[in-house]
Design a protein around this ligand. Structure first.
Ligand SMILES: [Zn+2]
Length: 854
């Protein structure tokens, strides 16, 4: 089947009038589309889904009106409009009347319900059109290249508010108790960026950023949580106007918090919609991590106003560039806003997560051919966002910040209001930098996987070579190679050598004036590759950890653990390496270390857990003692967050009774006096109390989840419900994943957490097997797919067999290579267990005393 609409008829302008009925969950619509017909046609094909088209007519350029009829092909999501006589070439007006439903699946034009503080239920209607659900809101040419101008009118009850992409130009009475809200014309843009939100909504006063009013909208009673988003929003809007060298392309910018939202946020031009947790935050009560999330998402969406909205991908294969670029810009802007957050170092965690997927045989190239638009749904993953942003950062560092920015400006200038492809960006960057970009970049974009750079001593210098990195044996893939921009830094004779080199297929010797004290490959940490050092070089590095940047220490741990998982490093050697980080002060490095212990925890047998807990306690102890329990004057946000991270580790993974006791006592104080606990530490306390808690704590947390005063508070208590360890409490949480007590936007992630927990995974898996049909019906598609990531924690040969049997026997399709990736990750964990189990058990039973770090 051909997935593209014919181009004999194309739209240039839509005038859309929609009248939603929130009670009945339906809407009525009327639209007039200015079309250009290039050859005589007796039928017009366009997209429509779950719509009933009630009348069709074309008014031709000479004023003649031709009545037509419509038939819907629901499977193809298309409407075929047929006319008794051919429509001649020219500029005509197509008029349609239609009705639709406000669905509960969080896509298209949908309903979101919420309860106010008094417990009364309210409904709002909102849209989520990307990728291909604008066709559920109005009949249209629902392809990114079919850009048009949109003139929208919403007919709504007088008491409600309506928001769309542009400013309100007027309101007029529209029958008893109703008003028609008209919006200004949009710029020429794609259908997936159109938005309508209708309901009882409140807005902040506008913050002016140049000529653009910026506001936050939410359901009543939450405006006090909007300040932080306004602050980063105003910064980002100004920052991007300067960076891109182009004014903001809309006439206002509204950011709306929607109580039910499938994704994190959506970059509708001028009307960005968010999940509440990604926009609303109580600054004073939130942890660093929670604030960082809001800043990230807001900056990301605003970056899209240019990159995505002003210039749009030609077809869905370009999703990667859209998302990778917005992620890259998000980091650049947040780093400029709060340099003390060290956002590029924290990004190491995200890069490593992408490498974990891209090290699979079942990975995919960043960009691949997308024929059916639905296939692009599987593109919204780590490889698109995090690998994509990583390789852009690698390129930016390979050029220079200025050259990269100039190339981006050229690209936006050339393609604004239009569409572009990946090669167009390379061309603009190449023109700005006068370098052949595709030669370096194509391997990273159009081929799956990434390299392992092998470093060996060679005379006084080092020899670099490469092969593809995979967790399971690589087979023929081992000979693949990339053009790798490598930075080498070495300490030589009291000085430093810093060398950028381009490593290709042939091994490369980097000469140094004398044998180095130590050498770091992937200096600065921006490269999307792993490094394997020959033993003597690794030893020199681990003896000089303090000389390395935090991101370099992070990569050292992350790469070493990947090598251990792949069987290229013995697991006791890896665990020994983690003993060298007792004096570590960076939270991302600690995240790499504790994350690997968490992985080991899922692999070992139940009777070895106490040994691992002892090892965790012993290795974290010094850092926990150094940081204490209370915030100190003059500390950075990152130091406070590290304290919380380590307390959580020692109280949960380390199962430390003293920490648990103290957390309980401190939580009891918090109940009396909320100012008694540092906001960064509080989420850790909740997690620890849950891990060691019983029924009374469970009941309290459940109550607090239901009565939460901010989205972050709600999330903390919700996920704490998955951390209780008694089977009867686990069962209570499991039931909530399908009972409707937890929103369908959150329930799949709660289930993923239950599958991932070593105490809950067995019960959770049984529950999924018994209830997957209900889940498939209730959960938004993208979240349902991600829930199954939890099966990667079912680490035993028996579970693995069961998981492998489950999906095909129920005919569960997750799209793209998602399922194959989960199965391969499970295979890697089980084979790690089979290969390293005995060595891990012996090591954990009698770990050597840690060497003193120098
Ligand atoms: Zn995005």
């Amino acid at each position: 089947m051909d997935y593209r609409l014919p181009t004999t008829v194309v739209p240039s302008r839509y005038d859309i009038r929609l009248e939603p009925d929130l009670e009945a969950a339906t809407f009525a619509g009327h639209e007039t589309v200015a079309i250009t017909v290039s050859e005589p046609v007796s039928e017009i094909l366009l997209n429509a889904a779950e719509l009933v088209i009630r009348s069709v007519s074309v008014q031709t350029a000479d004023g003649q009106v031709v009545e037509g009829s419509a038939s819907l092909d629901e499977a193809a999501e298309r409407a075929r409009l047929t006319f008794p006589q051919p429509i001649p070439p020219g500029e005509h007006r197509l008029t349609l009347d239609f009705t639709g439903i406000l669905n509960d699946r969080l896509h298209g034009f949908y309903r979101s319900t919420y309860k106010d503080a008094a417990g009364a239920s309210h409904t709002i209607a909102a849209t989520q059109f990307e990728a291909t659900d604008a066709r559920r809101g109005f009949p249209c040419w629902d392809e990114p290249a079919c850009k048009a101008v949109f003139g929208v009118t919403l007919v709504i009850p007088e008491a409600l508010a309506a928001v769309s992409n542009t400013r309100v130009t007027g309101e007029s009475p529209a029958g008893p108790g109703k008003k028609a809200v008209a919006f200004a014309d949009t710029i020429r843009m794609s259908t997936y960026l159109v938005a309508f939100v209708v309901g009882e909504l409140e807005a902040t006063p506008p913050v002016m950023v140049g000529p653009t009013p910026l506001r936050v909208w939410c359901v009543p009673g939450k405006l006090h949580l909007a300040r932080f988003a306004l602050e980063i929003g105003a910064f980002a809007l100004d920052y991007f106007e300067r960076y891109y060298g182009q004014p903001y392309p809309g006439d206002k910018l509204d950011m709306l918090a929607i109580p039910d939202f499938a994704a994190g946020a959506m970059e509708n031009l001028g009307a960005i919609t968010y999940r509440e947790t990604a926009l609303l935050v109580d600054e004073a009560a939130a942890s660093h991590t929670e604030r960082e999330r809001v800043a990230d998402v807001v900056a990301h969406e605003i970056a899209h106003m240019w990159f995505g909205d002003l210039v749009t991908m030609l077809w869905w294969n370009g999703i990667w560039l859209n998302e990778a670029f917005a992620t890259f810009m998000e980091l650049l802007a947040v780093d400029a806003w709060k340099p003390e957050w060290k956002r590029w170092t924290t990004f190491g965690v995200s890069r490593a997560a992408a490498m974990a997927v891209d090290g699979l045989h079942n990975t995919r190239p960043i960009e691949f051919e997308v024929r059916a638009p639905r296939d692009c749904e599987a593109m919204f993953d780590l490889l698109t966002y995090e690998k994509g942003a990583s390789v852009l950062r690698m390129l930016e560092q390979h050029l220079s910040g200025e050259q990269f920015r100039d190339g981006v400006r050229l690209y936006l200038e050339r393609h604004r209001f239009g569409n572009a492809e990946t090669t167009d960006l390379w061309k603009a960057l190449g023109d700005a930098a006068r370098l052949p970009i595709p030669e370096v970049m194509d391997g990273w974009i159009f081929r799956p996987g990434y390299p392992l750079v092998i470093v060996e001593p060679d005379g006084t210098g080092i020899k670099l070579s490469q092969r593809r990195f995979t967790y399971l044996p690589a087979g023929g893939a081992v000979s693949e190679h990339w053009q790798i921009p490598v930075r080498v830094r070495a300490s030589v004779k009291r000085g430093f050598v810093d060398k950028p080199v381009l490593l290709g297929a042939e091994p490369l010797t980097v000469s140094l004036p004398a044998a180095p004290d130590w050498v770091v490959v992937n200096a600065g940490g921006h490269g999307f590759y792993r490094v394997q050092y020959a033993a003597p070089l690794l030893r020199k590095m681990t003896n000089s950890l303090k000389k390395l940047a935090p991101i370099e220490r992070f990569n050292l741990v992350s790469d070493a653990f990947a090598l251990a998982q792949a069987g290229l490093m013995a697991s006791p050697d890896y665990l020994d390496l983690t003993a060298r980080f007792g004096e570590e002060t960076d939270r991302n490095v600690w995240a790499a270390v504790t994350g690997s212990w968490g992985y080991v925890n899922r692999v070992i047998a139940d009777d070895q857990r106490a040994d691992l807990e002892a090892l965790v306690r012993q290795r974290v102890q010094a850092a926990v003692e150094r940081l204490g329990w209370e915030a100190q004057p003059g500390e950075t946000e990152l130091e406070r967050q590290l304290r919380a991270d380590l307390l959580r580790t020692v109280g949960t993974l380390g199962n430390d009774p003293a920490t648990q006791e103290r957390a309980r006592a401190l939580y009891a104080r918090y109940r009396e006096d909320e100012s008694a606990v540092d906001p960064d530490v509080l989420p850790a306390l909740i997690a620890i109390v849950a891990a060691a808690g019983g029924e009374s704590e469970y009941d309290e947390f459940l109550q607090r989840f239901k009565a939460a005063r901010s989205p972050q508070e709600e999330q903390r208590y919700l996920y704490a419900l998955a951390a209780f360890r008694q089977p009867e409490l686990i069962r209570r949480t499991l039931e909530k994943t399908t009972s409707g007590e937890v929103r369908s936007q959150d329930a799949p992630f709660l289930m993923r957490a239950l599958l991932a927990g070593v105490h809950s995974r067995g019960l959770a898996w049984d529950y999924v097997k018994a209830n997957w049909e209900t889940m498939a019906r209730q959960y938004p598609g993208s979240a349902y797919r991600r829930m199954y990531e939890g099966v990667t924690a079912l680490v035993s040969p028996e579970w693995e067999r069961d998981v492998r049997e489950f999906f095909p026997s129920r005919k569960i399709v997750l799209g793209g290579k998602t399922l194959e990736q989960y199965l391969e990750q499970l295979r890697i964990a089980v084979s790690f267990q089979e290969r390293e189990g005995a060595a891990l058990a012996a090591y954990l039973a009698k770990p050597p005393r840690p060497p003193r770090a120098r």
